[in-house]
Design a protein around this ligand. Structure first.
Ligand code: ZN
Ligand code: ZN
Ligand code: ZN
Length: 372
């Protein structure tokens, strides 16, 4: 699938929007550290993120400036959005925090990237003792949440590649092989279908499926097991994350019933997606279906999370999140039921909000699939 690279114009627009949102939130500016935020605003991804500080200062009062270690300046100059920011190099043996101080309002309030190292934030606090700092995802949670069309296209391509991997993995043998073996095969398929890296492959068979954070083990998958497959990776910098639950051989009535409850919860939550609805309402819709079937206390996590340059980011579909869905937002809908010591079922699709509803970026069937 085709991607168009982001342009300087894209980066400038994103930085302007950050300043607007910061101002509207009563902040003086935004401090952007290496990681997904810096990549989003400038396309710059330092090869090694180290004790030497790199920081982009976005402030309503001045043009964007990135403080970089002098030895990394050539790399920063080669970044896609480099022409939209001025660079300020600092040399080993000098105090980078003292160089940042004149760029900040001495009594200002700043949002700083979640990924900023504590070392650097503490240095800033020493250098600008009157300023206050808040975590980016608390102060400006929706900064990267509304995706541009090109971002949605990349997430869709990542989703399609993950779907292709799933369609292959269901034809391999499960019974008699370890979770690790199946996970390794799934990872190879993710790469084969275009992922440049694999973030995780969860294979939760039988009782292991009842633990949502179980990754993989040496457990040998057996006939009669329910198996949760939750996997994702990176495709043109954007992430995939999808879950399907399969069964080895014929399933019991109870297994089919639990599966059907989760499927109905996922479908109901998807159908509730539209601009303006509160994030927590999507969670409630899914929970209502599972509660109604008597499995409420076995649905032990939120319904979904935003996805983009990272696998987990705002918006979170969780009780207590009243912010509304906006066209362009992309997130998972992944209800589950986990019966301790027995088995688990989860179904997860990435969904994007459209002008009048939602569109799934994962398209494989929600029917219970039987493997051998
Ligand atoms: Zn079974
Ligand atoms: Zn997942
Ligand atoms: Zn997920």
């Amino acid at each position: 699938m085709h991607t168009s690279p982001f342009t300087t114009k894209d980066y400038v627009r994103r930085m302007e929007r950050a300043v607007e949102q910061a101002t509207a939130a009563g902040l003086s500016g935004v401090l952007v550290a290496p990681g997904p935020d810096l990549s989003y605003f400038t396309g710059y991804r330092p090869t090694a993120i180290t004790e030497r500080i790199t920081l982009l200062v976005l402030d309503a009062g001045r043009d964007p400036v990135t403080l970089v270690p002098a030895l990394e300046r050539p790399d920063a100059e080669a970044a896609p959005g480099a022409s939209a920011v001025s660079l300020l190099g600092w040399a080993d043996g000098t105090d980078p925090y003292a160089m940042l101080a004149p760029l900040l309002d001495p009594v200002g309030h700043y949002a700083i990237s979640d990924s900023a190292w504590a070392l650097h934030l503490l240095g800033l606090q020493r250098a600008v003792p009157g300023a206050r700092f808040r975590a980016m995802t608390e102060a400006l949670p929706m900064l990267r949440a509304v995706k541009e069309p090109e971002e949605v296209d990349r997430l869709a391509a990542a989703g399609a590649a993950a779907d292709a991997a799933f369609e292959q993995i269901v034809s391999v043998r499960f019974a008699g092989r370890t979770e690790h073996e199946i996970g390794a095969e799934l990872a190879a398929l993710l790469r084969r279908y275009g992922h440049s890296g694999v973030d995780f492959t969860i294979v939760g068979s039988g009782p292991n499926g009842a633990s949502p954070h179980h990754e993989m083990s040496e457990r040998i998958v057996r006939d009669g097991d329910m198996v949760i497959l939750d996997f994702g990776g990176v495709w043109a910098d954007y992430r995939s994350d999808t879950t399907r639950t399969v069964h080895v051989g014929p399933a019991t009535d109870e297994e089919r019933q639990v599966f059907d409850v989760v499927r109905r919860a996922q479908q109901a939550a998807f159908e509730a997606v539209r601009p303006g609805i509160a994030c927590q309402e999507i969670d409630r819709v899914a929970r209502r279906v599972i509660d109604g079937a008597g499995y409420g206390r076995y649905f032990i996590h939120r319904t979904g999370h935003g996805i983009g340059l990272t696998t987990h980011e705002p918006p979170y579909l969780v009780e207590g999140e009243p912010r509304p869905l906006v066209p362009g937002m992309c997130f998972s809908i992944e209800p589950g039921v986990y019966l301790p010591g027995r088995f688990g079922v989860r179904i997860e699709d990435i969904v994007t909000v459209t002008e009048d509803g939602g569109r799934r970026l994962n398209r494989t069937s929600h029917d219970l699939r039987f493997v051998s």
